[in-house]
Write a protein that binds this ligand. Structure first.
Ligand code: ATP
Length: 597
């Protein structure tokens, strides 16, 4: 090693004897390890391991209040996988052997020589690195496998793979349903030539044989199927299954329902469960929800606050086969860590002060259904670890209980934080991030949903007008234009509140600009989108001097209306009219307008 070269590794030394602690730290620092921390007690060690990650822990087997073995067990239960080397005095050698049996990397007997310490540290860190690299490679492989599996399950096309003997190896959910309706014996492990009960399908199996022999794709089949009594035309593509040996290991058949394809293109829906949206961005979200609703995979919903993440979770639950089971919502940011733990996992009576009864956690309440974890980006590192365990195992231990509980829940999480950035700065675990990210639905902010503001404004108007039992039947054009031009920093929630407020203030049948809050009238905060002039306003009675011609008359009325709406504020009135202030002043002079407010 070059003199100033640092070894990129972090080591934690745990010893209640100050002299040993400091000596070890000095040896390791001088050997060039980048971060060497030394702590004196069980509690400090747990705190350090929970907050930061280490590549090696060197721990005395006898600490003041606990043994090094207790610490080893605690490290493991926290999910720390880094190697632990135990330091032992002569009478404790037996215990050290026990520690190795429990997973410690090695033990060193006192007095520990510098060279022995450094050599053991080097070995332990190297081995740990190798294991980590292997785990990372395995987990990348697993992620890729899950990704493919999810794609395989979620597409609406039916996909079937067969081996060289035409035995069905795998089929996705859509194929399972199609084949089951045609011939129940057509399932994984069954034979594709069972399709030959129909002579048209015999040609298909012949063609699959050809594909396996010749290794070339065939995609010109269009067959009529009658799975549920009605005719469905399927376009079928058969490709050789390439396993890298050069000889096809079988074939893959993709069935696309052409009759459905045509129908789907004609329909564009503006509503999906409680979600409203006609913009292309929201149509994409709808499509995604419909495609993955039935798949049991974990979903991460991202998007700014107020964009409808909770509604998406609700829609996903409604689209799933779990829709008759509970949808349990947990706002992870709303409670402190210790309460959140027992809220999620439940606790046993007496598990902590105040735990007077057994409590069923929210995860168990969601059994068979969906668990929605809102604001997942805000949970502590310790909770991230517990959650990761739960997502991996689908089992958990209630607080204070040693009885493992198994549940069947689909987890949907949401956040308005940038989780990738949090992973980058170390405040969110990368493994949990990828575990959640199998499918990601991103909700665009309202300002990127072309055309949706009007749709949503009318939707909320219907809701609040009928809730308040007011005969409000519409929104004036000026008010609607202001709604459409505003940039909505608070997204759909802010639009909803603006309409609710306007409904409260409105005494007539039309919401107009006088019912809008200042920030929307003058576009403060995020500003108006474009200075388009206001068209065809709903006019109040003019109070200015009678102007001469018809055009002047109309212009005068518009100005008076704008001035009235703006409470006499000329700058605001000019913005409402879409003209600059000097033009408004000039017009007021020319038309001799005197406003009687
Ligand atoms: N597309 C939509 N259609 C109809 N209502 C919507 C839509 N999006 C949001 N809303 C309404 O806006 C409000 C906020 O929605 P929601 O709570 O789902 O947002 P969120 O993204 O979860 O917010 P936060 O991040 O603050 O928790 C709700 O009252 C919801 O009914």
């Amino acid at each position: 090693m070059m003199p100033n070269e640092m070894i990129p590794a972090a080591i934690l030394v745990v010893d209640d004897e100050p002299s040993l602690r400091n000596t070890f730290r000095t040896f390791l620092k001088r050997a060039g390890y980048q971060r060497v921390e030394a702590v004196a007690s069980f509690g400090e060690a747990i705190e350090a391991v929970t907050a930061r990650s280490f590549d090696l822990i060197i721990c005395d087997i006898v600490l003041e209040s606990h043994s090094g073995i207790d610490l080893l067990k605690e490290f493991r239960s926290l999910g720390t996988s880094c190697p632990v080397v135990m330091i032992t005095g002569y009478p404790h050698v037996e215990t050290a052997v026990e520690a190795v049996r429990l997973g410690a990397f090695d033990y060193l007997a006192k007095p520990v020589e510098k060279e022995v310490l450094l050599k053991t540290a080097r070995l332990a860190i190297r081995q740990h690195r190798l294991v980590q690299e292997k785990l990372a490679a395995d987990s990348a492989c697993e992620r890729y496998r899950r990704f493919l599996e999810t794609l395989f399950r979620s597409v609406s096309d039916s996909i079937v793979s067969v081996d060289q003997d035409l035995t069905i190896v795998k089929m996705n959910q859509a194929a399972g349903q199609l084949f089951h309706a045609l011939q129940p014996a057509l399932q994984e492990g069954g034979r594709l030539d069972l399709l030959c009960y129909n002579k048209n399908f015999c040609r298909l199996t012949e063609s699959v044989r050809d594909v396996i022999v010749n290794g070339t794709e065939v995609s010109d089949h269009r067959l009529e199927f009658f799975p549920d009594g009605s005719c469905r035309v399927m376009s079928i593509c058969v490709s050789p299954l390439d396993d890298g040996t050069g000889v096809p290991a079988g074939a893959v058949l993709v069935f696309r329902d052409m009759s459905r394809q045509n129908r789907g293109d004609e329909e564009g829906k503006v509503r999906l469960h409680r979600l409203i949206g006609a913009s292309p961005a929201m149509q994409q979200v709808f499509l995604m929800i419909e495609n993955i609703g039935r798949v049991d995979t974990t979903v991460l919903i991202t998007g700014e606050s107020g964009t409808g993440k909770e509604l998406v979770a609700h829609a996903l639950h409604q689209e799933s086969s779990r829709c008759n089971r509970p949808l349990v919502m947990v706002d992870c940011a709303a409670m402190p860590e210790n309460l959140l733990e027992s809220e999620l996992f439940g606790h046993r009576k007496g598990a902590f002060t105040g735990a007077e009864e057994n409590r069923t956690g929210r995860i168990l309440q969601a059994d068979g259904g969906t668990l929605f974890l809102d604001e997942i980006g805000d949970i502590s590192t310790a909770m991230q670890l517990r959650l990761l365990r739960f997502l991996q195992e689908k089992t958990f231990y209630p607080v204070g209980s040693d009885r493992e509980v198994r549940v069947d829940v689909r987890v949907v999480a949401a956040t308005n934080a940038d989780l990738k950035e949090k992973v980058g700065n170390g405040s969110f675990r990368e493994d949990l991030y990828y575990r959640l990210l199998i499918i990601d639905i991103h909700l665009p902010p309202l300002r990127e949903r072309e055309g949706d503001v009007m749709l949503l404004a009318n939707h909320f108007l219907d809701r609040y007008a009928s809730r308040m039992d007011k005969g409000i039947s519409g929104i004036s054009q000026q008010a609607m234009e202001l709604f459409c031009r505003y940039r909505w920093p608070g997204n759909v929630r802010q639009l909803e509140h603006a309409i609710e407020r306007a409904c409260i203030l409105c005494q007539g049948t039309t919401i107009s600009t006088e019912h809008l809050p200042d920030e929307i009238l003058d576009g403060s905060g995020e500003g108006l989108r474009s200075p388009a002039p206001i068209a065809e306003p709903v006019w109040p009675q003019a109070a200015g001097r009678p102007p001469c011609g018809v055009q002047d008359d109309q212009a005068g009325q518009r100005i008076v209306a704008a001035l009235r709406t703006a409470g006499g504020n000329k700058a605001k009135a000019a913005r409402l009219l879409g003209v600059d202030r000097s033009t408004l002043y000039r017009k007021i002079r020319e038309l001799h307008i005197v406003l009687d407010l």
